[in-house]
Structures are given as C-alpha cells and as structure tokens.
Write a protein that binds this ligand. Structure first.
Ligand code: PHE
Ligand code: ZN
Length: 867
C-alpha cells in the first residue's frame, strides 16, 4: 500500500477551540478501588452521574486501551447490548437524570512505557494523568470541566508497597489477608480527572510541617527511596518558602491537612501538580553539593514552587478545556519566576528567564510550529506543553502586571480567585478579572492571546540640536505564522529611559509607553546633546527590538545603564555586532567587547553573578537566530576566535578571578554561588586562550572540586577540547558516579553538548553505551535533546546528526510518543539553514512522517514541521 493513503486514512481528527461544548453529564462523585499489582491491576470505579441540562444523549466515558469487564447502572449489571464501545469510548444510554454507573477494568502498569496512566517506575507504582492519562486507568469523561470529589481505596502487597498515597487526606488504613494492606484517601475538593494521583511503593519520608497564615498545621512529606533521603532538604526548604510566599504575595493559603511530594525516576515532564500529591521527576527533588550543580538547586526551588503554586492557579481554579492551558501555566510560571526573583537576584533571574524565552520560545514562534499562547486547534494536546504556552504565557501576565502596577494587579488576582474558586474557566475569564479588579481596559491587549509570532519593534531616535528635542519613531510588525497571514497591531508596553552621555545620568527617570498603533512617534525636549536610548528595559515586552545603536552607545550602556537587564543586553549586542561582522567577512573587531568586559569585571559594585552573565558570549544558537541563513560552522569559528581573543587580552584578570574564587570553602550562600559561576566563566576563557597549562588547570579544578558545580563546569570545558585530559576526566567522572542516574545523565549530556569536532560520532557511540536506554525520558533527553540543541554538532554538514535524531525519534515513538514528539522541533527548523542542510532535514522529517503506525503525537509534529 502507498504510505500516503495510509496516512490520509489514519489522519487523527483535529480538535478546535471554537467547537467547545459544555459537558452533557457531570460526575459530582467518584469512588475508585484499586487492587494494585504491576502485572494486573484491577480498577473498580463507581461514578455518580447527573444529566446536565435537558437532552437525551447517552453518557460517554473516555477510555484508552481499556476493555470493560463489567458495567452496571444503579447496582444492576448491564448485559452486552446495553452499552457499546466506539473508538475506546464506553457509551451507555441512561433513562433518568441521576444514576450510579460502575465499571471494572484490568490494566498492566508494568508494560506501560508511555508513562501515562498507571505505570511502574523502579519499584514504584505511580500515575500521570495530565492531560489525558486518566482514561488509561478507568472509564471517565476525561476533560477538565468535569469536576468530582474523589474517594480512593488502594490495596497492595504490604512488603512491596508499604506506602500508599493518593490525593486529599488519609482516612483509614489497615491490614488484609495474604500480606496485603489497604489505604483510603478522600479529597474534599472537587477536581478534574487530570489532577488525580496515586503512588504505591517502598518510600522513605522527609517529614516536616508548615503552619499556615490562619494557624492550621499542614503535614509535609517528601517521599523518596531510602538512600535518597539526605538529598531532600533543599526541596523541603523550597516548599516551605513557597507556602509562605504565596500567603504573603497573593494571600493564598494551603487548604488540606497534608501535602506530599513523591520523586520518581521515570517521568515525561518536570513535575505534576496533582491535588495534595505532587509527583516529581527526581531531578527536580534530589540535591546535595556532591551531585547537584547550583543551577540544579535553582531548578528544584522553582519547580517545587511552580507545582505548589498550582494549588491555587490550576487546582482550585482550573481550565475549562485544554486550549486554556496557558490560564494555569502562564500564570503559574509568572508566579514561580517572581518567587525565584524574590529568593535570589531579580536581575540575574530576569536575564536567565529571557535567555530561556529567546532560546526556546522565539525559535518556536519563528517556525512551522508557531501558535498563539491560546491555540486554536490541535491533534494531540500533549504537543502544546510548549515554551509558547508556558513562557510567552508568563510574559503576557508580566505585561499585565506592569500595566496595572502591583496594587491593582493584586486586586485583579484576588478577584480572579474569589470569582472562580471551584470552577473550570478560560483565559478570557482571567483577563476579565484583571479588567474588573484592576480597573483597566484590556480590549486590544487580548491580541496577545490570539496572535502568534514575536512582534518586531523598530525604534528610531532622531535628535534635533536646534530645538534640543528627541523624537522616537516606533513601528511594530508581527510576522505571519501558520494560519495567520495578517496581523493587527498589538498593545506593547515600551519601557525606556534616556541617558546623558556626558554625565552618565538618566533624564527624568524611566517611562512606559503603550505602543498601540503600527507606527507611533513621541517627542521629548530639553537635551543639550543627543541622549542615549535604553530600550525595552527589564525586557518588559517579549519582542525583538530593532534599534540601530552605535557601538559607542552600546559601550556607554554596558558601562552605565542602571537597568541590569539592559546593561547585560548592551554587552550581548556588542558581542553580536562583533561576531556578525566577522561572519560577514569583515575583521573580528573585538576591542570594544574586550573593553566592556574589562570594565565590567573591574566594577566592584556589581554582583558577581551578574558579572558572570554579562561577560559570557551569546550561545551559538542565539547567534544563529540573528542571521538570515544560519551558518553553524562560521558561527562556531567566529565565536571560538572571539573567545580566544578575550581570553588572551584579559588573561591576567581571568587568572585572578579563577584563583580568588577558589579560596573560600564550599557554601550555598549567594556570594559563594556567584563566585563559582564566575570562576567557571574565567576558566573557560583561560582554556580558550590556548594557554599551555589551560587543560591542566581545568583538570585540577575537576579533580579537586568538593562540589558538582565546579566539577561539572571543568568537565564541560575539557569535553569541548582535544586535550589528553578530556578522556581522563570523562572516565573519572563516570567511575565516580556510576549508579547515580541523575549524575550519569549529566555525563551523557555534557558530551552531547560538547563543541568537539567528533561530537556526532561520540553521540552515536553513546547511544550504544550499556547505560543508555530510551525508556527513561531523562536519559533519552540527556543524549538526544541535548545533542539536537548543539547547533554545531547537530547541523554537521554530512547530515549524520539529523539522521541520528530521526532514528531516535522513530525508535522512541514505539515506547513513549510524548517524549519522542519533543525531539521533532529541531528538525522543523529546516527553512533556517542552507539548501543542502534544509533538504536533508526535510528528508528526515518525511521519513519520520512515512513511518507506519506512528503515534499522533509525532505525526502532528512531523507533518506540521514539513508544511
Ligand atoms: N502541569 C505540569 C506543570 O506544568 C506539567 C506536566 C504536563 C506534567 C503534562 C506532566 C504531564 O507543572
Ligand atoms: Zn505548570
């Protein structure tokens, strides 16, 4: 058979936002009984159903891979003719408006490789339901606008599964015959099925407590394998800090008597906010200085906070349908970003968040998978847990917070929570609450929810010496994206300041101007000489600014701007100018860059963590984003050369920083962490300068480190070079940590990211390493997602990188479609490269799309990427 007809006939249906219909049946109560066993788990469900409105439609219960063993209504077993199955859905005609429907199914957690529904991980049994995993556990209207009270009874072998956890509060437990035991959990808060969770296993608990603002004591538990207990302290601190912060900042108090977190080794995403029972990828729970880097510590703090904050922004107030995903995710990311900023350095946090936004979201917005933060359609909703929905969604909330100011923003969120507590609502409901509570008109602002694509804002200052006036001419354009050829002008907050180049002083503070037209002009007076423009301060709007700024102005801002983000940005722009100039065939003009770096490291008033950010070169991928056609080899060569020149010119400075930072013993204080970060940057420049003792110095840091931050930094530097120390360090690292899965992931990832001429062959070999497996998502991503993010290696001219990733996608799709689909977007960037590379990438996408029995996850990503 011709593959095209196979695809066409099997094409999964497209779900559209405009087709939303309210549920025909509600399920106010559900009682679940589980007889747990990895090989065969019996699931009995008792649903109290009520007809919503007057209609004569049957009850439809979603199922995925389920076969009903028994179905009964109001206690009477139905015979085969009284129900039917349609594409997995169980359909039952019901005579009245209120019934009790019972079903029984058997599922096999041990063979669940998708990690959706009930699955086995290590010795545990655990669940993942968002977005549509509950239908793999039992028959149910598996959509977020059906809210139910859950009563869950678990039965399992007591020796293998001594701990039994579910949502809500523990009600009773006891022993049963045959070495089994049981536990019953009741969650008083109605919730959608995607928030259901359950865990059974041999787990140890880091137990603590938190007293809420109204004086209630909440029992906190972080559940992990016994030998991981010493690594849970940081997550527990993050949890307690989050609980206090949400009370302080949003007036949100926790609402159950217990809050549990469980760490599992096999998990598709970062973590999951199930009511009262958050389930985490273990990499976002476990940390000690020996095995986790400082950025790992930060990631744990922010993910713990994120999932905790969902208790209000997600659980108490949830989404009406999956098109509203950004309602909970954009807001919750904004909340966790604000929390992390408050816990550490707001300036550095903003720089990091913008770097992530630009690397992941701007690329997505510029490619074939671009979609608005509130998408209009999908084939597979799992493909929409994207940087756009999450990170751009957070930027949209941040802009509203800016426009409203802190007090009115808080009034808006208070109104949102009060108005919609216990409901499943839409993004529109959120915006309306902001308007009503914050007293603002957001009509035009709503375009941020419906229009995809990163706006480009051109700002042209012109100074008239005669009148002493400055005119800012601004223009916005929003590029066409799939399905959206024509765009309307958006409401874009433009935050700017003007500096006097003579004194370094700011004129009249900073301003926020709302750009609402395609073109606008604004005039400011009273300048004795042309002021220097500092634009999009704090990265207030998620846009690309096109302002032709001279190297002089950039150097001025890099030295004087009092907005740390803009100061960082000026340095980045200086570096980009130098690099693009050399890539275009000109000389590498490094003098201004070197001067600015020298000035920055000498400025004792600056936080060292900020300095480390500011003096680092932009990534190869970000440089690629600045080019019409990405030239990975030229970018690599130019960046390498600039790194070397900076290394040579400032050798003394780098040596001093490296030596000085080494002097203090290990601590997790902000200063110590900043010093470690800067030390890593310094070591990188020393090794890049081709100093003869560079690799030995790196190996010495690697070998003597008493913490993972410094050890891993040195390893990464060595991995990108050709020294004899490279193999030695990699072998030593592996030997030291073999058996610690999270650290072995780092070993794979560091090599996959390395800027080494043979990285393709090395990654290929690592795919055959005995520790490599596609069935653990962390391990699969450590090798292939990391490699696909390595612009120079992945885009190697011979196309081997593309083929290797495509092979991995095809193989992984058979086990875990969600995780496989997340590897597709890098291949979808084929239009950004030269014709030869583009053709090879396309050919791989075509090969993927033509693979028989492809999941709809990968099919959607591959076909959209080709369009
Ligand atoms: N809702 C989770 C979060 O953002 C992410 C997630 C999605 C986890 C789907 C698992 C599956 O916190
Ligand atoms: Zn989330």
């Amino acid at each position: 058979m011709d593959t095209q007809t196979t695809q066409a006939s099997a094409a999964p249906p497209v779900i559209r936002r405009e087709d939303y219909k309210a549920p025909l049946w509600q399920v106010p109560q559900i009682a679940l009984e589980f007889d747990l066993d990895p090989a065969a788990t019996l699931v009995k469900a008792r649903l109290t159903v009520t007809r919503a409105g007057s209609h004569d439609r049957p009850l439809r219960l979603d199922g995925d891979g389920l076969t009903p063993r028994a179905v009964s209504v109001d206690g009477k077993a139905l015979s085969a003719g009284d129900w039917r199955m349609d594409d997995g859905v169980l359909i039952i005609a019901l005579p009245g408006d209120d019934h009790v429907v019972e079903t029984e199914v058997e599922i096999v957690p041990a063979s669940n490789t998708q990690l959706m529904g009930l699955y086995a991980s290590g010795g545990l049994l655990c669940t993942q339901c968002e977005p549509e995993g509950f239908r793999r556990i039992t028959f149910f209207p598996d959509r977020p606008d059906v809210l139910s009270r859950y009563d869950v009874t678990m039965r399992a072998d007591k020796a293998a599964y001594p701990v039994l956890l579910a949502n809500g509060d523990p009600i009773e437990q006891g022993d049963l015959a045959d070495g089994r035991h049981r536990a019953r959990w009741v969650d008083p808060f109605p919730k959608p099925s995607y928030l259901f969770a359950m865990v059974a296993g041999n787990l140890a608990c880091n137990a603590d407590s938190f007293t809420t603002m109204s004086g209630r004591e909440v029992k906190l538990g972080i559940w992990v394998a016994e030998n991981d207990l010493p690594r849970t302290g940081h997550a527990m601190k993050a949890l307690k800090d989050s609980m206090a912060w949400d009370e302080r900042t949003y007036g949100r108090e926790y609402d159950l008597d217990v809050f549990n977190i469980v760490a599992v080794a096999d998990f598709n995403f970062g973590a999951m906010e199930n009511k009262g029972l958050n389930i985490f990828n273990s990499r976002y729970v476990l940390a000690d200085p020996e095995t986790a880097t400082d950025p790992d510590y930060d990631a744990i703090e922010s993910v713990v906070a994120h999932e905790y904050f969902h208790n209000w922004s997600g659980d108490r107030v949830t989404c009406r349908d999956w098109f509203q995903l950004s309602l909970k995710e954009g807001f919750t990311v904004y909340r966790d970003q604000s929390f992390s900023a408050d816990m550490g350095s707001p300036a550095v946090k903003r720089i990091e968040d913008v770097r992530v936004l630009r690397a992941a979201q701007f690329q997505e917005d510029a490619g074939p998978l671009a979609h608005p933060i509130r998408p209009e359609s999908y084939m597979e909703i799992s493909n929409f847990y994207t940087a756009t929905v999450y990170n751009k969604g957070a930027e949209v909330i941040r802009m509203m917070a800016l426009l409203l100011g802190p007090e009115r923003f808080r009034k808006g969120t208070d109104l949102y929570f009060a108005r919609h507590d216990g409901q499943a609502v839409t993004c529109e409901d959120f915006v309306k609450a902001m308007e009503d509570g914050g007293d603002i008109d957001l009509s035009q602002f709503r375009l941020w929810y419906s229009q995809a694509g990163t706006p480009r804002v051109t700002v042209r200052p012109s100074y008239d010496p005669e009148s002493g006036a400055l005119t800012l001419a601004m223009r916005q354009t929003i590029p066409a994206t799939p399905g959206q050829d024509v765009k309307q002008p958006m409401a874009i907050p433009v935050k700017f300041a003007l500096f006097d180049p003579a004194t370094g002083e700011k004129h009249d503070g900073e301003e926020v101007l709302l750009l609402t037209e395609a073109q606008m002009e604004t005039r400011r007076e009273g300048f004795a000489q042309a002021p220097v423009l500092s634009i999009n301060r704090g990265f207030a709007a998620p846009v690309i600014i096109e302002a032709e700024q001279s190297a002089q102005d950039l150097a001025f801002l890099a030295a004087h701007d009092d907005d740390p983000f803009s100061r960082y940005e000026a340095m980045q722009q200086l570096m980009i100018h130098a690099l693009l100039g050399s890539i275009a065939g000109g000389p590498l003009d490094s003098a201004a860059v070197i001067d600015s770096i020298r000035g920055t490291i000498a400025d004792a008033a600056l936080d060292r963590s900020f300095v480390a950010e500011a003096v680092r070169l932009p990534s190869e991928a970000y440089l690629g984003d600045q080019m019409q056609v990405v030239d990975p080899d030229a970018i690599h060569a130019a960046r390498d050369a600039l790194q070397r020149e900076i290394g040579v010119a400032l050798q003394k400075e780098w040596r001093a920083i490296h030596a000085e930072c080494a002097r203090n013993g290990f601590s997790l204080s902000a200063d110590a962490r900043a010093a470690r970060k800067l030390r890593g940057v310094a070591l990188n420049y020393i090794v890049a300068s081709d100093a003869e003792d560079g690799p030995a110095l790196a190996f010495d840091q690697f070998d003597r480190a008493d913490n993972m931050t410094e050890r891993q930094a040195a390893l990464a530097i060595l991995a990108s070079g050709a020294s004899g120390e490279r193999a030695q360090a990699l072998a030593a690292f592996y030997d030291r940590y073999a058996g610690n899965a999270l650290v072995v992931d780092k070993w794979f990832q560091t090599q996959a990211l390395s800027l080494h001429p043979d990285v393709v062959e090395m990654v290929e070999a690592l795919g055959q390493h005995p520790d490599f497996t596609l069935s653990n998502p962390n391990r699969a991503r450590a090798l292939y997602a990391a490699f696909a993010a390595n612009q120079w290696g992945f885009n190697s001219k011979d196309g081997k990188g593309y083929r290797m990733v495509a092979d991995a996608i095809i193989a992984l799709d058979k086990l875990n479609p969600q995780t496989a689909a997340r590897l597709v977007p890098p291949l979808g960037r084929w239009r950004r490269f030269d014709d030869e590379r583009g053709a090879m990438m396309k050919a791989e996408l075509e090969r993927i799309a033509a693979t028989p029995n492809l999941s709809k996850d990968v099919l959607e990503q591959a076909t959209k990427s080709l369009a």
